[in-house]
Design a protein around this ligand. Structure first.
Ligand SMILES: *Cc1c(COP(=O)(O)O)cnc(C)c1O
Length: 355
């Protein structure tokens, strides 16, 4: 059987959740499990994250999946509901929503009694400069005051555009606006931090933190590795050697014959490709790991296969190759591919088997 396999290390996930607790000891943790737990598989991840206070997802369908699996923790819809009929469903299912635009306020007010009776909080989103979702600073205070006077418990929420960049000028603007609104609407619950912000501004952890990528043991920072952040990679993507070739100087490898050997080499063909979600485009030399040793990827990535340089290694049919995991970090593969670990993790296809 073709072996392209995703392993999920539940203990690493728990370890990373504990890291969140160390960094934000007084905040409640909303573990972000959107997009199938960043591609890791929601089912396994929910089980490993049972110590979290709440889950965060992007839409109702993702929230209902959590309920269907039997988990009772609070869930926050970070983009809120997309239509009025979803409002009644979230109330019945004990799911909280973000409010980021006027129409959602009307939907919420229509269902006011049921929402409040259920004990649900409303997360009110400040657009502090990212210009994606939320009310601007000159609107939000009135929105919050209205909701509070209607009897809602509110959580002021914002999202950083550059939490991964230490000295980006927008950071201070976002922080200032957030603190200004928090003060004007006091008392109010507050949530400002994703993974990167949690590391950067512990003083902004407030009532709820919203870690995502750090739970999965990938780095939100281009310049800091998961090891430096004391996180453990959760996903390992492996495949097996399915053929071995010995080639001579001047021979080429793969589609387009883009690689031409400048010496005799041993190649292994590995059963992974872009059909599994392994990226095809690289602008830097990419590597895989075999028993902790780094091997170059040779020539173009095909739909089902790649070639790697195993010269001098004792490789056989069936040898396991790590595409990313604890030895070859997903962040480093992403960097060579011109993207971020988040994307590679999320865009695996259903073809690799999950263990
Ligand atoms: C996805 C998301 C997060 C988590 O971000 P990470 O960078 O993965 O920690 C937090 N808050 C919101 C609103 C999000 O959309």
């Amino acid at each position: 059987m073709r072996q392209a396999t995703v392993y999920i290390d539940s203990e690493a996930l728990q370890y990373n959740l504990n890291r969140v607790k160390q960094l934000a000891p007084t905040a409640k943790i909303v573990s972000m499990v959107k997009a199938n737990a960043y591609g890791h598989g929601i089912k396994d991840c929910l089980a490993a994250l049972s110590e979290t206070d709440a889950f965060g997802v992007a839409c109702l369908e993702e929230a209902l999946e959590i309920r269907d699996l039997g988990y009772q923790q609070m869930i926050t819809l970070i983009e809120g509901v997309f239509s009025e009929n979803e409002m009644q469903i979230i109330i019945d299912q004990n799911i909280e929503c973000v409010i980021h635009q006027q129409q959602q306020i009307e939907w919420l007010l229509t269902h006011k009694e049921a929402y409040i009776d259920q004990g649900l909080k409303v997360w009110v989103k400040l657009n502090s400069g990212m210009n994606r979702l939320g009310f601007k600073i000159n609107e939000i205070i009135e929105v919050i005051n209205t909701l509070k006077s209607e009897g809602f418990t509110c959580v002021l929420v914002m999202h950083f555009a550059n939490a991964d960049v230490e000295n980006h000028p927008l950071n201070q603007q976002q922080i200032n606006q957030f603190l200004q609104v928090k003060k004007a609407c006091s008392p109010i619950l507050a949530s400002g931090c994703n993974s990167a912000a949690l590391y950067q501004w512990p003083e902004l952890n407030f009532d709820f933190v919203r870690p995502g990528i750090m739970l999965y043991g990938a780095s939100p920072f281009a310049e800091k590795s998961v090891h430096a952040l004391d996180l453990k990679p959760v996903m390992t993507l492996t495949a097996e050697v399915i053929a071995l070739n010995h080639i001579q100087t001047g021979e080429s490898v793969g589609y387009g014959s883009t690689f031409i050997a400048d010496k005799e080499m041993d190649l292994a063909i590995v059963s992974i490709g872009y059909g599994d979600g392994y990226p095809r485009a690289f602008f830097k030399q990419n590597y895989v790991a075999i028993q902790g040793k780094s091997c170059r990827v040779i020539g173009r990535v095909a739909m089902d296969m790649i070639a790697i340089d195993v010269t001098g290694l004792n490789t056989a049919i069936g040898t396991e190759v790590e595409l990313w995991g604890k030895n070859r970090l997903v962040d480093d593969v992403a960097e060579a591919n011109g993207t971020i670990g988040y994307e590679l993790l999320c865009r695996l296809t259903t073809r690799p088997k999950r263990k």
